[in-house]
Design a protein around this ligand. Structure first.
Ligand SMILES: Nc1ncnc2c1ncn2[C@@H]1O[C@H](COP(=O)(O)OP(=O)(O)OP(=O)(O)O)[C@@H](O)[C@H]1O
Length: 353
């Protein structure tokens, strides 16, 4: 469904070159649900916009839904749906009319457009809201309408750029339920960006982690965690004066890695906590360090990110936000519509380097 090789995109802002995406190689098979995970500014949206033909790459190639993004952008657009970060629904029209109008934009006849609008409303539980204007809808309802707009022409592949950002946890769960249903019931291939770790972890069958424009990990969440992060052991010494000694000892346990002291607790990574903890407690006891508390935890995707980059996703987010502030014009050039039809009208954005 998606085959990208060496996709690169540079922007020049005030004579400064921003390497937004640096050589993306990606293969996504039909029916997969892939989460593209990374901090702000990692290059997720830029990658998505290249794959959806909204933005020409500086270099590299890709075929999406069997069509080349450079040679046949119209063919790509006809076969994909794209739901951008901002709502694509206008405010004047009722939801049902908006969907029918979107159908016309894709060249459907009046009858086909009506039938398809009814179908996608049913898919996304919007039928009772057909006569409502988007401005009267809740955040989750509007998001579902955005997704419906992206599906009007029956694309087998749907791109979603941060579909749940800004929604409360309950609404996020509801939107996810609908996304999962698209895959289960309709066999769609779904490619979405997120910076919510838990979502990527629990919902996607494959997680592609991107940082500074490069893919740094790709696999199931379970495999990434198992291969890259390891378990975590956290313990506190009965006497706080023993904390530094406990940390030094923890670092000597077989396979121990990344020892840190945080808020008076010693944290250490080990391949298997069930094997390491008894050994650690025994060694500490031998050194006269009394342990007050000890706990173990399975790794999270944030641990994977930390293992790969040396910083947590939150730290990277803060860094990315700072960098984005310094990148003038970046936001001004972003598309603000979720309508795939806009793809055909979209001009290349930003300066090409
Ligand atoms: N049109 C543009 N002009 C200049 N710089 C841009 C433009 N679009 C993106 N960038 C820069 O490219 C880098 C990658 O941005 P991108 O939006 O792809 O990241 P992202 O991972 O999607 O972030 P977010 O999670 O905040 O959406 C950032 O440094 C960003 O400021």
């Amino acid at each position: 469904m998606i085959h990208a090789r060496g996709l690169t995109r540079r922007f020049t802002v005030k004579r400064k070159v921003v390497e937004a995406v640096r050589g993306l190689d990606l293969d996504v098979e039909q029916g997969q649900l892939v989460a593209f995970l990374g901090p702000n500014g990692a290059g997720k949206s830029t990658s998505l916009r290249m794959l959806t033909t909204l933005l020409p790459p500086t270099s590299g190639t890709a075929t999406v839904a069997g069509r080349d993004i450079a040679a046949d952008p119209d063919g790509v657009r006809a076969r994909i749906g794209y739901v951008g970060q901002s709502s694509g629904a206008g405010e004047q029209f009722r939801a049902g009319d908006e969907l029918v109008a979107q159908g016309y934009a894709y060249g459907l006849t009046r009858r086909e457009a009506r039938r398809r609008a009814a179908e996608v409303m049913d898919m996304l539980d919007l039928t009772p809201l057909a006569a409502r204007r988007p401005s009267t809808m809740s955040g989750g309802q509007r998001r579902r309408l955005d997704i419906a707009l992206g599906l009007i022409h029956r694309p087998p592949l749907l791109f979603l750029d941060e579909p749940t950002t800004g929604l409360d946890p309950h609404t996020r769960a509801d939107v996810w339920q609908h996304i999962l249903r698209l895959r289960e019931q309709y066999g769609m291939t779904l490619f979405l960006t997120t910076h919510y770790l838990e979502e990527a972890d629990s919902m996607a069958e494959r997680v592609v982690v991107i940082d500074h424009g490069r893919v740094i990990a790709d696999g199931t969440a379970a495999r990434l965690k198992g291969d890259l992060a390891g378990d975590r052991v956290t313990l506190t010494a009965h006497d706080p004066a023993d904390t530094a000694r406990a940390a030094a000892t923890a670092g000597r346990v077989f396979g121990a890695d990344r020892v840190a002291v945080e808020n008076g607790a010693v944290r250490v990574r080990v391949p298997r906590a069930d094997a390491a903890l008894p050994e650690l407690l025994r060694v500490l006891e031998g050194e006269g360090v009394r342990v007050a508390t000890a706990e173990t935890a399975r790794p999270t995707l944030d641990d994977v990110f930390l293992a790969l980059t040396g910083r947590t996703l939150r730290e990277a987010e803060a860094e990315g936000a700072g960098a984005a502030e310094g990148t003038e014009g970046a936001d001004a050039a972003r598309p603000t519509t979720a309508q795939p039809a806009a793809a055909s009208a979209a001009a290349p954005e930003g300066d090409r380097a």
